[in-house]
Ligand binder design. Structure first.
Ligand SMILES: [Cu+2]
Length: 262
């Protein structure tokens, strides 16, 4: 049933495991290499396991162009932790920061900057936690998380979009994500949402924000469904008009975003 793995001798399989399937591909010759090409040989989906799939398996794991995972994105670690190169250069950069001078400001200085960003379908955004005490900003620890049922929250991303979240992004760590489906994406930082650390990405020209009603947890209803944005996040979203984001391309962070709309 399984020509590829049957044809691969135990020796070859051991070699693949030892040096990694991807780097092994250019090294193996003859029938083994031909079987790795896939397509055009009528094999189709044959129920093979993933363990020894080499290039085919990689394709399944990297469903987006450039191997940016639709759920977990791509985490860019600093060199001392392996220095894995990012698969693509980003089309846009968003800084995830704490502005020290704004500690007394309504949002406490926690921000995505810009807070509003317009991109085209298929473009990539790098969320960057660069420590820069010299300009009064420190990186802090943040996440880039979509409002979605997967996280027990109101869905505030397009129906067709995959929910996503970065891991915790600390100093000198960055996170790359590709936005595919048109529409409005509301994003929050797990630890700092209540302080207004949220942002809105508009992909393409779809600017509808009919996310529906939400309730906040209360004594009478401690576990409402769905849960919407918390605290100052509501104020920031009220100030991030999707049409204005598309018109301007980006809305930089400012403390005004954290004040009630007039
Ligand atoms: Cu944060």
């Amino acid at each position: 049933m399984d020509r590829t793995t049957d044809g691969a001798s135990p020796g070859r399989r051991t070699l693949l495991k030892a040096i990694g399937a991807t780097t092994a591909i250019p090294l193996v010759g003859g029938a083994g290499a031909a079987a790795q090409q896939g397509g055009g040989d009528g094999r189709g989906g044959d129920g093979r396991g993933d363990g020894d799939r080499g290039r085919d398996g990689d394709r399944n794991r990297c469903r987006q162009q450039g191997c940016i995972h639709p759920f977990s994105g791509f985490t860019v670690l600093p060199g001392e932790y392996g220095g894995i190169e990012r698969p693509v250069s980003a089309d846009y950069t968003v800084e995830t920061h704490v502005e020290l001078a704004d500690a007394e400001a309504p949002c406490g200085g926690f921000m995505f900057d810009p807070a509003g960003l317009a991109v085209r379908p298929g473009e990539t955004v790098l969320f960057e936690g660069v420590d820069n005490l010299a300009n009064g900003r420190i990186a802090g620890d943040h996440t880039v998380t979509a409002y979605a049922e997967a996280f027990d929250r109101q869905r505030r991303i397009p129906e067709a979009a995959t929910p996503f979240s970065s891991p915790m992004i600390g100093p000198e760590v960055s996170w790359l994500y590709r936005f595919e489906e048109p529409g409005v994406y509301d994003i929050y930082c797990g630890p700092h949402e209540e302080l207004g650390m949220v942002m809105r990405v508009v992909v393409g020209d779809e600017t509808a924000t009919d996310f529906g009603e939400t309730a906040m947890p209360s004594e009478e209803n401690p576990d409402p469904t769905p849960i919407g944005p918390f605290g100052a996040a509501n104020t920031v979203f009220a100030n991030l008009d999707p049409e204005a984001i598309v018109e301007n391309g980006a809305i930089p962070w400012s403390d005004d975003l954290c004040s009630s709309p007039s």
